[in-house]
Write a protein that binds this ligand. Structure first.
Ligand SMILES: Cc1cc2nc3c(=O)[nH]c(=O)nc-3n(C[C@H](O)[C@H](O)[C@H](O)COP(=O)(O)O)c2cc1C
Length: 336
């Protein structure tokens, strides 16, 4: 992914580069998201005779399925070029994976109700991601209600951007004109009532919050610090993953919840580590934007292919034949 990150810069202007690559203030959360993976080591296994690995996973009682345990996170790709979201959706031409569609990536004349029809691969599914903003709250609920009839297979609400995205020392120009609503259990319950789609709360970094999200009616969460774009000196997402999974698994009421994960995934081994620590899928933010910038649909296909082959190789070498049953025996904490 580092090669994509370098190459993408040749295709972007300075304001696009700032928008995609930056984190908040000192960049400490951003650095930590990536560095956290080197705090874990994968366990090499031999004498296993594993030749291939089953990478497919299903979610929400099989209402959503994926050929791979990683797929695109919701990203505002409209600052790259107006139809970037259409190219992003084409990843489903090459892979049967879910794709999160960020509400803010769909700009006129594109219409969110028509995007599911662009997906030719019927095994793929789109997840409609909403931001609750003071100027769109009515549309937000309306779209949440209609998403199922439009063909989306799940609904996600991002809850961690209430003081907006801050890149280095500035509120991002791309989002500065919006005020984000402080989402509470009340809004989650309302979304739950409006839609029977699986509901995902994105932007959870704490076990109490994870429990509250599920008890308020969500079916899953995304452990995310918004790609380190909201608050400096936060925990990395990998640091909080085991505790959040442990808490949700400990209670009957929350045990069924799906836990997705994002932040700092740059290698197949990163995916293996996050899955071993309890994530059920890893989402990719910046890698998707870098790949789109480099070569649109082809770039994403190449990016997904590379991560798939890295994950397959790592899984086989660690004795994992079925990715959906990977567990913490595959990793250990680094001692130095
Ligand atoms: C340029 C950019 C735009 C983003 N836009 C959105 C968005 O529209 N909705 C959302 O929920 N998250 C958004 N995110 C956050 C991503 O969904 C994801 O949480 C984060 O990028 C994961 O970290 P990574 O970039 O290290 O993979 C955005 C991130 C970036 C870098």
């Amino acid at each position: 992914m580092e090669d994509f990150a370098q190459e993408a810069k040749k295709h972007l202007d300075q304001s696009q580069i700032n928008y995609i690559y930056s984190g908040t203030e000192s960049q400490s959360t951003l650095d930590r998201n990536v560095a956290a993976f080197s705090r874990y080591l994968v366990q090499r296994r031999v004498l296993r005779n594993i030749e291939s690995v089953e990478l497919n996973v299903s979610y929400f009682d099989k209402r959503l399925s994926s050929e791979l345990p990683f797929f695109p996170a919701p990203v505002n790709c409209s600052p790259l070029y107006p139809n970037a979201i259409v190219d992003l959706l084409k990843v489903t031409n090459s892979f049967s994976v879910p794709v999160f569609v960020s509400q803010v990536s769909v700009i006129r004349p594109l219409d969110p109700s028509r995007l599911p029809q662009l997906v030719k691969n019927k095994s793929s599914s789109l997840i409609w991601q909403i931001y609750m903003q003071t100027d769109n709250i009515v549309d937000c609920y309306k779209h949440a209600k209609l998403a199922e009839s439009w063909g989306y297979k799940a609904l996600a609400v991002t809850v961690d951007a209430e003081l907006n995205v801050k890149l280095r020392n500035e509120i991002a120009a791309q989002t500065a004109s919006h005020s984000f609503v402080k989402v509470t259990p009340k809004e989650i319950k309302k979304l739950r009532q409006l839609s029977s789609l699986p509901l995902i709360v994105k932007g959870v970094m704490n076990a109490d919050d994870a429990e509250l999200a599920i008890e308020s009616g969500a079916d899953g969460i995304v452990i995310s610090n918004h790609g380190a774009r909201v608050l400096d000196h936060m925990s990395s997402t990998l640091e909080v993953l085991p505790e959040i999974v442990g808490r949700l698994k400990a209670k009957k009421k929350t045990r069924h919840a799906e836990v997705f994960f994002d932040g700092g995934i740059r290698r197949g081994t990163d995916i293996l580590i996050a899955l071993a620590l309890g994530a059920r899928a890893c989402l990719l933010g910046r890698p998707v934007l870098w790949a789109l910038s480099c070569d649109h649909e082809n770039g994403i296909t190449q990016m997904m292919t590379i991560l798939k082959s890295e994950l397959e190789r790592a899984a086989i070498l660690c004795g994992v034949a079925k990715i959906s049953s990977v567990n913490s025996a595959v990793v250990r904490k680094a001692e130095f």
